[in-house]
Design a protein around this ligand. Structure first.
Ligand code: MN3
Length: 214
């Protein structure tokens, strides 16, 4: 089951999805230790806290993660912040981990995605430069994304904390986690170096699918 199917079909109680590759696959760009902490500890905490927040609210047990995140205003006040933070945390990490792959697995944008990238940014390098700018200018913790609207027009956006882009209008294609836990063991404070290395492990096969699913 791919990332978007997950987000559109899974319901309470949510479970931690396994990584689609082994823990040493992203090395040396992202080390094994980082992946264990990041996936098994950090991401798992978001899953468990999301379930804890929803547990007393049985009316919301039939909603998918996407439904929950687009209907935050309908949630009871006592659950709203926890679902926003932890549901967003689950969504963002599923997207992030699903679009990475071994550095030797060479993939590239599909013809239709490449022509959108050329039209909207002037090329892949320019797109990644703009994504880097968004990732580096995010103060503190957060995320930067490439998103598409329903017409296939691409843009860059960024969110603080575990917020997600406006999912009613945009489909996020890929994202970079700029919380320090994503890169501190491998790069310490060098967020720019982490970003540059991150661009070499993108799984364009998955990003292409995300683009087609808009
Ligand atoms: Mn993270």
């Amino acid at each position: 089951m791919d990332i978007l199917e997950n987000i559109m079909t899974n319901k309470y109680p949510f479970s931690l999805q396994e990584l689609p590759y082994s823990y040493d696959s992203l090395s040396p760009v992202i080390g094994e230790e980082t992946l264990h902490f990041h996936h098994d500890k950090h991401m798992n905490t978001y899953v468990q806290n999301l379930n804890n927040a929803l547990e007393p609210h049985t009316d919301f047990h039939d909603l998918t993660l996407e439904n929950l995140l687009t209907k935050l205003d309908c949630l009871p006040e006592s659950a709203k912040t926890a679902v926003r933070n932890n549901g967003g945390g689950v969504y963002n990490h599923q997207l992030y981990f699903s679009t990475l792959t071994n550095p030797n697995n060479k993939t590239k944008p599909s013809e239709s995605l490449q022509s959108a990238i050329d039209r909207d940014f002037g090329g892949t390098d320019e797109m990644l430069t703009q994504l880097k700018k968004a990732a580096l200018s995010r103060f503190g913790s957060g995320w930067a994304y490439v998103v598409t609207d329903k017409d296939g027009v691409l843009s860059i956006c960024s969110t603080p904390n575990q917020d997600v882009p406006d999912l009613t209008h945009f489909v996020p294609l890929m994202t970079v986690d700029v919380w320090e836990h994503a890169y501190y063991l491998d790069y310490q404070n060098r967020r720019p170096d982490y970003f540059d290395a991150f661009t070499t492990i993108l799984n364009w096969d998955v990003i292409n699918k995300n683009y087609e699913s808009r």
